[in-house]
Design a protein around this ligand. Sequence first.
Ligand SMILES: Nc1ncnc2c1ncn2[C@@H]1O[C@H](COP(=O)(O)OP(=O)(O)O)[C@@H](O)[C@H]1O
Ligand SMILES: [Mg+2]
Length: 354
Amino acid sequence: MVKVVLKGLIRRFADDTVVGPIDLQIEDGELVSLLGPSGSGKTTTLKMIAGFIELDEGSVLFDGVNIASVPPRLREIGMVHQSTALFPNMTVYQNISFGPEMARWSREKTIKRVEELADLLDIRQLLMRKISEISGGEAQRVALARALAKGPKLLLLDEPLSALDPQLRERLQMEIRKIQRKVGITTIYVTHSQDEAFAISDRVAILQDGVIAQIGSPEELYDNPSSEFVARFLGSGNVFTATVDSSDGKKTTITIHGKKFKIREQDCPSDREIRVSVKPEDITIGQVPDGASITARVVSVTPQVGSYRILLSVDGSTVVALTYDEDLVRKLRDSPDDPVSLSFRDSDIVILNG
Ligand SMILES: Nc1ncnc2c1ncn2[C@@H]1O[C@H](COP(=O)(O)OP(=O)(O)O)[C@@H](O)[C@H]1O
Ligand SMILES: [Mg+2]
C-alpha cells in the first residue's frame, strides 16, 4: 500500500489557522485515528490529504513523493465521508460500480470486483436494492465497498459510524478493522469517540485546536497522557495540582491535598506547582479517614459495566474512582455523608506537561 507523511501541514481560513502545523507519519498498512473534539480540524486535515482542500503550507508525501501536483482523482484514495453521500436512487450495485465504470474498467472486471467486495462486506443480498431501501448500517457497508472499489492505496474514513446506534457501531468498528487488516490498506480514521479510536487503531493522534497534542498506541495514551487536555479528554485521569517540596537527588517530594508523595526527580518539572494525573482505577477508597490519606466525601455511586464509578469531593474539586468491591459500595451507600480516605501509590502518579 502506501506510507503517508504529513510535513508541516497548515491550513488557514481567513486569518485563522485551523489546522497545523501537523507532522505525522503513517506506516504502510497502519490504521491511525485522528481523535479530537468537534472543530479540532479532523475533517480539514483529511480533506487536505485527499486534495479537496488546498494546503497553505507544508506537504503530503506518499511513499516519499510529494503529491501536491496530483489531482484528487489520481491519488488512489478511497474515502468515506461523514454522511455516506451514496446516490439514493441508484442500486447498491450501481453505487459500488460507479468508480470502476468511470475509470472505464471492463464489464467483467467490474462485476468481479463488486461481487468480491459484496462478499467481503456481507452485502451480496443487497446488490439490487436501492439505497433508499437499506438501513443506516447497511449504507455504511456500501459506502465502504464503494470507497474500496478501485483498490485504493489509502483509505480515509471521516466519522463513518457516528450516526449509528452504539451496538451497531461497535460491530461495524470490528468489521472495519478486520477488513482493513485483510486488505492491508493504510487507513486514517477520523472520530470524536475515544472508545472507537481505541478499539480499532494501531495508533491514535489526539487533535487539539488543529495540532497533535499527543500520538501513541491506545495503551500509551491511556497510561501516560502528556497534558491536562489529553488526560481530561480521554477521561483517563483525575488532574491534581501538586506543590513541589524538596528533592534528595533521586526522589522529589510533592504535596497533593495536604499529603506527601514521592516522584522520580528526573520526571519533575522545575516549577513550584505542577499538574499530575491519577487514573480512576488506581485510586483506593478506604471507609474511614486514616490520617495518612487524603480525606474525601462521596458524591455519588454509579454502577457501570464491570465496576462502580465513585464520584468524590476533595476540597471542592471532584475526583473519580472505580471499584469492584461490592462490600465497600454497600457501606458507602449506607453512610453517604461520612468522610472516607482516598489514596494512591507514588508510582500511579503521571506528571503532566502543560
Ligand atoms: N470552509 C471553511 N471556512 C471557514 N472555516 C472553516 C471551514 N471549514 C472548516 N472551518 C473551521 O475549521 C475548524 C476545523 O473544522 P473541521 O476540520 O471541520 O473540524 P472537525 O472535523 O474536527 O470537527 C472549525 O473551527 C471550522 O469552523
Ligand atoms: Mg469533521
